[in-house]
Ligand binder design. Structure first.
Ligand code: HEC
Length: 184
């Protein structure tokens, strides 16, 4: 090995050592993280605190964070006739007649107050696992945001955002029964 070559190799080793040392010092300088006094954000949170009381505790988990306004007063002010025209949005997929057949969606005669995902239709697991009944509050929440209420369900419908239209529709759906359930 010539001395030139030796010098070059020694120089390379020295340079490597210097680079490692500098990285070490820089790493030390950056490595000190001051912990936050409080977590920057809280998962879940208590966004729902102060909301309406939920008499049906079992279903609380399935509901989206944003609760639609209470339906009682809206129903009291709604008109079933108006609801009948809103229901035209549903009849492409749903038969509303007594003794109606399943179409793209299940037949809906007597739906208000009946069991969720009950009957001959091949319901998605998403809907089946909701359990409970289609009471006014459940229908109101489902029809406001079908995908949010039952993620992964098969009803390709964006929902009815207008709460008065929704209440009118639900009032009309209630009338599609031999024995309509009492209003809330
Ligand atoms: C594009 C077709 C389509 C439209 C439009 C539609 N639905 Fe549906 N609907 C479905 C399908 C499909 C299901 C079954 C969903 C599943 O099993 O995941 C369903 C399920 C339902 C259920 C649950 C029924 C049960 O027995 O549990 C209700 C209630 C309902 N729809 C109401 C409505 C109303 C009210 C409208 C009109 C505002 C409407 N749907 C519009 C296709 C539709």
């Amino acid at each position: 090995m010539s001395s030139m070559e030796f010098n070059r190799i020694a120089g390379a080793i020295l340079l490597t050592l210097i680079v490692i040392k500098v990285a070490d010092i820089a790493g030390d300088a950056m490595g000190h993280v001051t912990p936050l006094a409080k977590p920057a954000y809280v998962l879940g949170g208590d966004a729902q605190a102060g909301g309406e009381a939920k008499p049906d505790g079992a279903k609380a988990d399935a509901k989206p964070a944003a609760q639609p306004a209470a339906i009682g007063p809206l129903l009291a002010a709604a008109s079933a006739d108006q609801g009948k025209s809103v229901s035209r949005k549903c009849t492409t997929c749903h038969d509303l007649q007594k003794g109606g057949k399943d179409k793209l969606g299940p037949a809906l005669w007597g739906i208000v107050g009946s069991k969720i995902a009950d009957g001959s239709f091949r319901f998605s697991d998403s809907l089946k696992k909701l359990k409970g009944t289609w009471d006014f509050a459940a229908l109101n929440a489902f029809l406001a945001d079908p995908k949010g209420y039952a993620p992964g369900n098969k009803m390709a419908f964006a929902g009815i955002k207008n709460e008065k239209d929704r209440a009118a529709l639900i009032l009309y759906l209630r009338s599609l029964s031999d024995t309509p359930i009492p209003l809330p």
